[in-house]
Ligand binder design. Sequence first.
Ligand code: ATP
Ligand code: MG
Length: 635
Amino acid sequence: MSYYKINNLEEYFKHYKKSIREPRKFWGKVAEENFTWYQTWDKVMEFDMAEADIKWFTNAKVNITKNCIDRHLAKRGNKNAIIFEPNDPKEAAQYITYNELYDRVAKMANVLREQGIKKGDRICIYLPMIPELAVAVLACARIGAIHSVVFAGFSASAIASRIIDCECKMVITSDGAYRGNKTIDLKSIVDEALEKCPTVTTVLVAKRTNTEVKMKEGRDLWLQPLLDEAIPNNVAEIMDAEDPLFILYTSGSTGKPKGMLHTTAGYMVYTAYTFKNIFNYEENDIYWCTADIGWITGHSYILYGPLLNGATTVIFEGVPSYPDFGRFWEVIDKHKVSQFYTAPTAIRSLAKESTEWVDKHDLSSLKVIGSVGEPINEEAWHWYNDHVGKKKCPIVDTWWQTETGGIMISPVPFVTPTKPTYATLPLPGIQPVLMDEKRNEIEGNQVVGSLCIKFPWPSIARTIWGDHQRYKETYFSAFPGKYFTGDGALRDEVGYYRITGRVDDVVIVSGHNLGTAPIEDAINEHPAVAESAIVGFPHDIKGNALYGFIILKEIGEYRDRDNLRKEINEHVASHIGPIAKLDKIQFVSGLPKTRSGKIMRRILRKIAEGDFSNFGDITTLLNPEIVEEIKNERL
Ligand code: ATP
Ligand code: MG
């Protein structure tokens, strides 16, 4: 019997039980039957939760790109691996077969080796959603270089801090990027970032926009001429199961970005397995995930998961609103997409527009539709179900994190009955538990608590790059022996999970999880600012927007408050990115603080939301009088 595919609810429960009772047997069988290995493992898994030390498939040897590409060539060489849909619908789509993908990855891998890149070196990839991005990622994996993809919407200082943290040797970028009707000069952003990054010796530049760029002698090289010279054949590096595959930075709620490190074999097995089941993937499907490869969703479910299954994956360069609000639906129609995977913020923004945009296009190719990134509200769920899925496509509301590598809690379509706003049931191998404040496991149903996972799964991140102590403290210390997700959840009467949001202070703006701490750090650097506190408040389109409470140092030259607001926002845009701009800025004379000096954010959150009804216990406040002032001057 194969465990790779769940066909009905009975099988789901059967596989689930097996995966809990005998996790090693379960994953051993999945790994053995569905991948090619140079050498199999001595042990399926070893772990020590107290030390956050987890290993899967010990001593196995493998290369993930052999599994993503080479092994498909005999049967699927002429099948499309990637369909590239450009930003501008007038530009022709590109169809890249598995044969062609092999050639392109091999050439790129050879270019990297030629430039002196070796197994274990870190490469920062800062590219728009073009085929070169996929090729660069896979080429790194081919030769064992560790990719660190930085979303091409990040600012120079955000890139610099990520490059510095993991000491990248090389940056792969492009002259520019198209985004709707805008052109962004990526190369000049990289140039600015690199002023602070001495470890980078080479920059490879792909051509996309033909923007004029400055090429630094001895450092910068155009990519295409190097590729033209390279041979389309490459011997893959033999990787250990636990060799690093990539580093990916989370939004960083505590200021310094967290470089989550994922390793090879466990990540490969789990992303392939979840892709197959959560999207009900079948051989001739066309799969499309609208995320950016710069996020974990793009790593696991645009590239690795689909390619491991020999699927056709769409890479979309554009945005949902360009040239009009029908763009997503047009692409589904054009490429006859079977699975569509997007984020609640995109759904909400499109649901605001007339349904004519959807109805104009034939969406009958769709089979499964998915959501990821934040809780999907009920209204958006129904709109998605009614207008996009036409009530016949199950919605997979997939809960997971950068740290988890793959989807953890989600319906299996055509197997698990869905329920609006519920991520429903854990995937095989995943053991969620809800914990109370006293660190006890909450038994039974109809309960709420902090969501933890009590047993390792194959694609859990192994560490934070260069800071294992921080990894242990962040994820394994709040509830000893368990992985703490940072999210809260409720479990309903039948055992379905609903994620209620974060336990800490992160605001999800338009689907981007923004830690408030780094934004505050940036604002506090402005010469006029003494201190600041940022909270989220509900916003129709963005889901949440940011509200800043700011204490000024002195008024002096900053008498013009609106100008100052603009300046602060420009400061935020250049330090974090435009996405982190504040919608409201209220200047205050003080912030509510506890006696130990911590800002009491729940009060600010209530004020920002306009809910003055019940501030709860404010007796621990050092300065309770400030609450009145802030409330009265709310914007
Ligand atoms: P950081 O850890 O630095 O704050 P981040 O958490 O913002 O970064 P991600 O790993 O991309 O970065 O986001 C994972 C988080 O997104 C989850 O912990 C959860 O809060 C939220 N999330 C993702 N998918 C869902 C979902 N389907 N339902 C509810 N929340 C979700
Ligand atoms: Mg997180």
